[in-house]
Design a protein around this ligand. Structure first.
Ligand code: NI
Length: 260
């Protein structure tokens, strides 16, 4: 059984003391591919170092996380663009909007998100979209832009069936992580109405660990717990969940057969 963690921040300092072991544990658990969304200019070096150490397992993306959008956002964007011009990345992100912590840069977050959409289209890459307390704003932007050539993931999706259908309509898959294992999470009901072909798995490690590790450091080796939950909710086998979500991720990130 092969699984893909489509969203992990393994390059962060939470893994400084045991990063290689964590990657090896993931591989041993069948999680052979780990996609690394970037955060800002300060995370690029450690992300690329990890991708360099595990070139067939860890794949870097480039982008500016909405919570890192500050006064200096145009400098940050210039750095992202410079990198995009000089090496391959597997996706654009993490981008989007976060209106949970701090709304003072909401306008800048929107400008930056629109810029990421342009980059995803220019480079034909999937867009990894952060929608914390900002689903409606993000959908409105996609509606305004109205392009049919976008693809990507609504990261950490836990909305209604109606919201899921809107995301899918604009070309996006739904990223399912640890929160679906939390008691009474809304996504458990939504999931019953969404076809497997729209789903990918993720951890968002080191954040949002699934039950029974809730509150502790998350890691990619926990993806099977998420797959198990999806299987239970949909009344199918873990193997079916693994096959479908892995195939979806391979297609979305355009992984070649050699990468698999
Ligand atoms: Ni993230």
């Amino acid at each position: 059984m092969q699984l893909i963690d489509t969203h992990t921040h393994l390059y962060l300092e939470e893994f400084d003391h045991d990063r290689h072991e964590v990657v090896q544990n993931a591989i041993n658990a069948g999680v052979t591919k780990m996609m690394l969304p970037n955060i800002d200019s300060t995370s690029i070096d450690s992300m690329l170092a990890l991708a360099g150490q595990f070139p067939s397992n860890c794949f870097p993306m480039i982008g500016l996380h909405p919570t890192s959008v500050k006064e200096n956002y145009s400098n940050e964007l210039a750095i992202m663009e410079e990198w995009l011009a000089k090496r391959n990345f597997i996706g654009i992100g993490e981008c989007g909007m976060d209106l949970y912590w701090d709304k003072s840069f909401a306008l800048e977050q929107e400008i930056v998100f629109r810029h990421h959409i342009d980059l995803a289209r220019t480079y034909d890459l999937p867009l990894i979209v952060h929608i914390r307390d900002s689903f409606n704003e993000v959908i409105q932007i996609l509606k305004d832009i109205n392009k049919s050539d976008l693809r990507g993931i609504f990261h950490c999706f836990s909305g209604s069936v109606e919201q899921a259908k809107q995301a899918i309509k604009y070309g996006f898959s739904l990223g399912l992580g640890g929160v679906i294992t939390f008691k009474n999470n809304k996504m458990q009901e939504t999931l019953k109405h969404i076809d497997l072909k729209h789903l990918v798995l993720e951890t968002d490690a080191p954040f949002l660990a699934p039950v029974p590790y809730r509150g502790k450091r998350n890691e990619p080796s926990y993806v099977p717990l998420i797959a198990r939950m999806v299987a239970d909710i949909k009344g199918i086998t873990v193997q079916e969940v693994a096959e479908a979500t892995t195939a979806n991720a391979v297609k979305l990130f355009n992984l070649t057969t050699n990468d698999q």
